[in-house]
Design a protein around this ligand. Structure first.
Ligand code: SF4
Length: 313
């Protein structure tokens, strides 16, 4: 497990999970969190497993972070783990009260080039069909992946004229007030469609945002017109759009994993830097980034980006 304990951001103290939990058990809290929350976060982190290959979640985040977190042991702050913990609370609810026709939290795999992409989909169902039919379809998805891994022809696709609904659930402090879901969610939904091998035009992709104040479901637009006559965008990607995205991100992450070398800090996209504020690997990232910048400077290369100084972090 890459994260081996917590860091107290005010004092810089690093201790293993067990040591912080022992302190919290004695005093009722540690690091500003009650024992119960720390124990819940700890359980969630120990339950995390890294499936073989690359995941949709990894592709949607900072590609440098994926290797740093996977390959190095580090201490993170409980605050940086909190969003994931909050997510488990929402997912526990999803599991406790499942839609009768839906399959919940299934991981599916698909080969791309020489590597494999997988995604765990929160909720999927076939419209006007039973859960058993959805399970039968998922079995075909598994068989198709097994066949492609052996370079065999794919078995015939069942339920070829059925529409599907895919949902991803997100926990938020505040419900979104904007009209379009974030770009990374658009990618995520479209990769799920591709992983499930559902043709474009046969799928509806929804994001369900949950806060303590309510819920809001936002669907990816599928073209057509708004009531005022304005054209709606088509946010459901074609297979070639999925492949373009995979070429841009999957290929970079795959190469970085094969070489066992994190993407350089200077090559992280501006868009991905939003994640720095939550990143557990930030202390390690910035340490390495300073070294990368020094090596580049000594080699006479232009250094476009250096990590923020302590007070700016
Ligand atoms: S601190 Fe930012 S750039 Fe560095 S690994 Fe984390 S998210 Fe990526």
């Amino acid at each position: 497990m890459p994260q081996i304990g917590w860091l107290d951001p005010s004092k810089g103290t690093e201790r293993t999970f067990d040591k912080w939990l022992a302190l919290a058990a004695k005093d009722g809290e540690a690091l500003g969190f009650p024992y119960e929350v720390l124990a819940g976060i700890r359980q969630q982190l120990s339950g995390e497993h890294r499936p073989e290959g690359i995941t949709v979640t990894q592709l949607g985040g900072c590609l440098r972070r994926q290797l740093l977190e996977g390959k190095h042991e580090f201490y993170g702050t409980p605050a940086s783990n909190y969003a994931a913990f909050r997510g488990t609370v929402v997912h526990a609810m999803l599991e406790s009260f499942p839609h009768p026709d839906a399959v919940i939290e299934e991981r599916v795999w698909r080969r791309y080039g020489g590597a494999v992409l997988s995604g765990q989909i929160d909720k999927m169902r076939m419209l006007k069909h039973s859960r058993d039919d959805m399970l039968a379809y998922l079995e075909w998805v598994r068989l198709a992946h097994a066949a492609e891994m052996e370079d065999k022809p794919l078995p015939e696709r069942p339920f070829s004229h059925v529409e599907f609904e895919i949902e991803d659930w997100k926990s938020k402090d505040e419900l979104p007030t904007y009209a379009y879901v974030a770009k990374r969610y658009v990618s995520q939904g479209n990769l799920y469609r591709w992983l499930l091998r559902i043709p474009k035009g046969m799928v509806h992709i929804d994001f369900v945002f949950v806060s303590m104040k309510g819920t809001r479901t936002m669907s990816l637009y599928e073209g057509g017109n708004f009531r005022n006559g304005r054209t709606k965008p088509d946010q459901i990607w074609s297979d070639s759009e999925v492949k373009k995205y995979l070429e841009e991100r999957f290929a970079i992450l795959d190469a970085s994993r094969r070489l066992d070398r994190p993407l350089a800090y200077s090559n992280v996209t501006e868009e991905d830097l939003w994640e720095c504020q939550w990143c557990s690997a930030k202390p390690l990232c910035y340490r390495l980034a300073a070294e990368e910048a020094r090596v580049a400077w000594l080699a006479g290369e232009k250094v476009d980006r250096i990590p923020p100084r302590e007070g700016e972090i």
